[in-house]
Ligand binder design. Structure first.
Ligand SMILES: Nc1ncnc2c1ncn2[C@@H]1O[C@H](COP(=O)(O)OP(=O)(O)O)[C@@H](O)[C@H]1O
Ligand SMILES: [Mg+2]
Length: 318
């Protein structure tokens, strides 16, 4: 914590807030317990002073908070100020406990360590709950923007919680408070060429990242655009995404791609599920609303979950 004195922080009612143990740290801020006796919430304190726009964005998020958003996300609950009537220097949010980042669920080796009892049903349930979380954010008019494997946490019961919500895009009738960050592997083709992320983000952009995460969950941590490319030039994931080279898709061969050796492919899921991936990862997803929505995914994954049966000989198999 560089600029702000930790003894001078007050909440929106002017009450002093005492910071406890630091429990996390990121590029923009540090995350602290609030001492004493407030185990259900944490404080995020920014490393650098926020400009007026960022302060206003947090104000809007606090006033837009509701039970749905609080259930799925570490939504800003109250503002923290650097001194009485001072600038906004952080916020209070729900504390997410007993969870791991989603990459520890879909990465097979991490999964064995962090989620040893997770079978395929658990992965389908996680994917469904992920779709529910996106659905709620979109329902209230927000866009996640920076979809990535570190900002999504999963509990032992496959519940999904979103953190780093202050980076979400917030839109009012006349102002857009941008999400200025992103991670290339979860960024749709139409945004791959931009050098930064200071543009309008849409639900359709988020829905690309959602489909990538669902694919990673259902297909053993394989990225849908990471396959074997027949050309002689380099084909990093970013370029494969920009050129719609979905390595597991129906048109993969036309795009000079094939799935990596020994990988499980789309045939392990019902045709309706693979059609959603085709829609998300091909040119047909480009137009507004072109990609499957969080609601479309939830319905499909719910149906898939209901169809799953346990293997009679091997309990971890479905
Ligand atoms: N609500 C929360 N509950 C539990 N841990 C959190 C919460 N918010 C943040 N953290 C922890 O703090 C770290 C940094 O928070 P984050 O909001 O991602 O910071 P930044 O925006 O600076 O990157 C996270 O990776 C996570 O480990
Ligand atoms: Mg952030």
């Amino acid at each position: 914590m560089s600029q702000v004195s930790r003894h001078n922080i007050v909440d929106s009612r002017g009450n002093h807030v005492i910071l406890g143990k630091r429990v996390g740290s990121g590029g923009e801020g540090d995350v602290y317990e609030i001492a004493p006796h407030r185990m259900d919430v944490l404080a995020k304190i920014y490393h650098k002073p926020l400009n007026g726009e960022r302060q206003e964005k947090l104000r809007l998020m606090v006033s837009g908070c509701n039970d749905d958003l609080k259930e799925f996300a570490a939504w800003p609950l109250d503002l923290l100020h650097d001194g009485k009537n001072g600038p906004v220097c952080g916020f209070v949010m729900p504390r997410i406990t007993d969870c791991e980042p989603i990459h520890k669920v879909y990465g097979p080796s991490h999964r064995k360590e962090s989620f040893p009892n997770a079978d395929w049903k658990f992965l389908v349930r996680t994917a469904k709950n992920l779709a529910a979380a996106f659905y709620i954010i979109h329902k209230y008019g927000y866009v996640i923007g920076d979809v990535n494997e570190g900002n999504i946490l999963v509990t032992k019961k496959a519940c999904v919680r979103l953190i780093d919500c202050d980076s979400f895009q917030v839109q009012t009738r006349d102002t857009i408070y941008h999400c200025e960050v992103g991670v290339a592997q979860f960024t749709p083709p139409e945004l791959q060429k931009s050098k930064d992320f200071k543009m309008l983000r849409t639900r359709n952009h988020d829905n690309f990242g959602l489909a990538i995460l669902i694919f990673l969950l259902l297909f053993m941590g394989r990225h849908p655009f990471s396959g074997v490319y027949k050309g002689t030039d380099d084909m990093p994931i970013e370029r494969a995404i920009a050129e719609f080279r979905f390595a597991f898709g129906r048109s993969a061969a036309l795009k000079a791609m094939s799935p990596p050796p020994n990988s499980v492919g789309l045939p392990i899921v019902p045709g309706e599920v693979s059609s959603l991936f085709e829609q998300a990862f091909t040119e047909s997803g480009l137009h507004s609303g072109g990609r499957p929505s969080a609601n479309d995914w939830w319905n499909m994954l719910d149906a898939l979950e209901k169809r799953l049966k346990k293997c009679a000989t091997e309990s971890m198999h479905t």
